[in-house]
Design a protein around this ligand. Structure first.
Ligand code: FAD
Length: 470
């Protein structure tokens, strides 16, 4: 027999959008139910941000040990080349995922949120039926927060299967493919492609556009391109992946190159990372009378949909499809439901590519500033002149920090970095933009020596015309 639940707040999806919304709603004393069809943690914790960074970490360690083999590096040498047991690596990664998954469950429990396991299907805007392992549960709510997330985009001529895989399968392989072809040179494809190259795979990247990481300017992505070339990753830019064929008894990918010719690339695995689409199909969204904005659910600056008391957050509502954006919207929506006056108007949602080297982008890019017709000044400080970077082998990869500000009042508009470990600077960058810093604020802040953050200080000094160390 169906059971029924009536609640103040129903959250659908327990990714970094949904579980944060539910925890905050619970903290605020709202009667809250969260429904999740898979595992608590969503794409980010289970098959995205965290497992990919775990694999990237292992790949980096393995590569360092390979460099230390024989003659050695940095005075460290090992006699035998290291061996990688990817199945064991994946088990270790799963351990981290499990820890975080359990942690989310504990946090929800502490916030007195009821977790219902199963897939929600909506019959109207405020009612869904959840089908899980047990009897179906019907839930009706005063407020519904949709946080259904996203899924990988399919290419009709290249369906996911044994050879063609998405990032999800790539994070759980039991051995390193000898030949890996990555379709799509966005951040997910390159993060994983670089990791597999470091783990010993022969990697080829096929990208439809003329450039890698097309969301960023070429100055910022150049060090990553250089790394790929030096590491022997073959790049086919302006090339189109066509179909999977068999070539010499082995799977291969047929590709149309920039000049129009066709080539066949042997591929034990084809990692297809051509983007993600919001998960709007298959759970009754069409019965909720909610407007769409293109493929996304349409929301205003409070994440209200067109249906009263139905809210939507995270990957479901648009770019950037990033975990921290989902969580920020989640907290806000819970607080609005609890009566607090909130709006989603961040100065920046910083983004990081965990490539080699890493990229951080916060605020406006140079082209965006130009397009807005704003006169700007900018300063770049290379990591080659930063002691900490040199001492961490991060001074010779072309990395730098770049600051862009308005020429008239020096308000900082954009801060960008490419280099080893720069992801950890993203917080300072976002904070500066959010606080409305001017160049003199950054220049007047004493930055710890020796740290990478000194390059931020120097970039600000340089844009003011008086850098010290260059
Ligand atoms: P999701 O995390 O996708 O969660 C949605 C949840 O809803 C899922 O658990 C799903 O099972 C559940 N669900 C959907 N429909 C229903 C239903 N009808 N009933 C019940 N449950 C349902 N972002 C970053 O910020 N940094 C990174 O480094 C980063 N790395 C990434 C690496 C990879 C390989 C991938 C794939 C993504 C990465 N992302 C990263 C993106 C990040 O994972 C997403 O932006 C984030 O997870 C979005 O959160 P969300 O809560 O909107 O949706």
């Amino acid at each position: 027999m169906d059971s029924a639940i009536n609640t103040k707040v129903l959250v659908v999806g327990a990714g970094p959008g949904g579980y944060v919304a539910a925890i905050r709603a619970g903290q605020l004393g709202l009667d809250t139910v969260i429904v999740e069809g898979d595992r608590l943690g969503g794409t980010c914790l289970i098959r995205g941000c965290i497992p990919s960074k775990a694999l990237i970490h292992v790949a980096g360690k393995f590569e360092e040990m390979r460099h230390a083999t024989g003659k050695g590096s940095l005075g460290i040498s090992i006699q035998q080349p290291p061996a990688l047991d990817l199945a064991e690596t994946v088990r270790w990664k799963e351990g981290i995922v499990k820890k975080l998954n359990t942690g989310v469950g504990a946090l929800l429990k502490r916030a007195k949120v009821k977790v219902v396991q199963g897939w929600a299907e909506f019959s109207d805007a405020k009612t869904c039926t959840v089908k899980g392992n047990g009897a179906p549960v019907t839930i009706s709510a005063e407020h519904v927060i949709l946080a259904n997330g996203s899924e990988p985009v399919e290419i009709p001529t290249l369906r996911f299967g044994d050879t063609v895989i998405s990032s999800t399968e790539a994070l759980s392989l039991d051995r390193v493919p000898e030949k890996l072809v990555v379709i799509g040179a966005g951040y997910i494809g390159l993060e994983l492609g670089i990791a597999f190259r470091k783990m010993g795979a022969d990697v080829t990247v096929v990208e439809l556009l003329d450039r890698i990481l097309p969301l960023y300017d070429e100055q910022l992505t150049e060090p990553v391109k250089k790394w790929l070339e030096n590491a022997g990753v073959t790049l086919h830019l302006g090339a189109k992946a066509l179909t999977l064929v068999e070539h010499k008894n082995r799977p291969a990918l047929k590709v149309q190159t920039k000049d129009g010719s066709q080539i066949t690339l042997p591929a034990d695995k084809v990692l297809k990372t051509v983007g993600r689409r919001p998960r709007t199909r298959g759970w009754g969204l069409e019965r909720m009378a909610v407007d769409l904005n293109g493929q996304f659910v349409k929301v205003d600056d409070q994440c209200r949909t067109s249906m009263k008391n139905v809210w939507a957050i995270g990957d479901l509502v648009g770019e950037p499809m990033l975990a921290h954006k989902a969580s920020a919207q989640a907290e806000m929506v819970a607080e609005i439901i609890a009566g607090k006056p909130r709006h989603f108007q961040p100065m920046t949602i910083a983004a990081v590519c965990f490539t080699e080297p890493e990229i951080v982008a916060a605020g406006m890019l140079p082209d965006e500033v130009k397009a807005a017709g704003i006169d700007m000044i900018s300063g770049i400080f290379p990591f080659a002149a930063n002691g900490r970077a040199l001492s961490m082998e991060g001074g010779d990869n072309g990395g730098f920090i770049r600051v862009i500000a308005r020429k008239d009042n020096h308000r900082v508009l954009g801060i960008h970095a490419v280099g080893r470990h720069v992801s950890e600077l993203s917080g300072e960058f976002a904070h500066s933009l959010e606080m409305g810093a001017v160049l003199e604020d950054v220049a007047g802040t004493i930055h710890v020596h020796p740290t990478l953050s000194e390059a931020f200080h120097e970039a600000a000094l340089r844009s003011l015309g008086h850098a010290i160390h260059i």
